[in-house]
Design a protein around this ligand. Structure first.
Ligand code: ITT
Length: 194
């Protein structure tokens, strides 16, 4: 059977973020994977993205007694010592984009990257993780209403628009989340576990 003739497979995606669900659906369409969304909530351990994805997927697979994926992401700005990084969620709800732009006011090196780590686990097996990165830089001002959170201040390499100015289908072609979910999807095609 060729890839295109494959029967759709389902994966349970644990997240509290509706934007991520929509992006994941758009991406998984290319791989004949159907997304079942569950907003279970899982304890986010203090640690890097890998640790959060490992712990979260292990925890959720055991709680739901089925295979699951979780995804942990963040914006990493080089000149700020890779801040906000694992504090992205907290910083987005406190400093917000305006606060980041203020911190970056006199900064010339504006390099930043979004990173995304997908964790896949089953109740009986150790998690697998998949990293996706997109490189770019921080804009001088917020632009665009598409996307969410840091999208209006992030300009991906090769573009002069922010993610906030790019429609979801364009962001989905090469975003950090596209890259981590695509790695997972290709691996999952050959996965024959439980
Ligand atoms: P979960 O329930 O899946 O954990 P979350 O919104 O808490 O959802 P993360 O912890 O993975 O998501 O992400 C941390 C923050 O990073 C998130 O709240 C956003 O502020 C930011 N972020 C992640 N992905 C982003 C993206 O594609 N565009 C803009 N900001 C993003």
């Amino acid at each position: 059977m060729t890839r295109n003739e494959q029967v759709p497979r389902k994966i349970t995606f644990i997240t509290g973020n509706q934007h991520k669900v929509k992006e994941a659906q758009g991406i998984f369409n290319h791989f004949q994977i159907e997304v079942e969304h569950v907003d279970l909530g899982y304890p986010e351990v203090q640690g890097d993205l890998d640790e959060v994805a490992l712990f979260g997927s292990r925890y959720a697979a055991k709680r739901l007694d089925k295979p699951v994926i979780v995804e942990d992401a963040g914006l990493f700005i080089r000149e700020l010592g890779w801040f906000p990084g694992t504090y992205s969620s907290y910083v987005q709800s406190t400093l917000k984009n305006k606060g980041i732009l203020k911190l970056m006011e006199d900064v010339r090196d504006r390099y930043a990257e979004f990173r995304s780590v997908v964790g896949f686990a089953t109740p009986n097996t150790e998690p697998e993780i998949f990293l996706g990165v997109v490189e770019g830089h921080i804009a001088r001002e917020e632009r665009g209403n598409y996307g969410f959170a840091y999208d209006p201040i992030f300009i991906p390499n090769g573009y002069d628009k922010t993610f906030g100015e790019l429609k979801r289908e364009i962001k989905n072609r090469f975003s950090h989340r596209r890259r981590s979910l695509e790695k997972f999807a290709l691996w999952f095609e050959d996965y024959r576990g439980d």
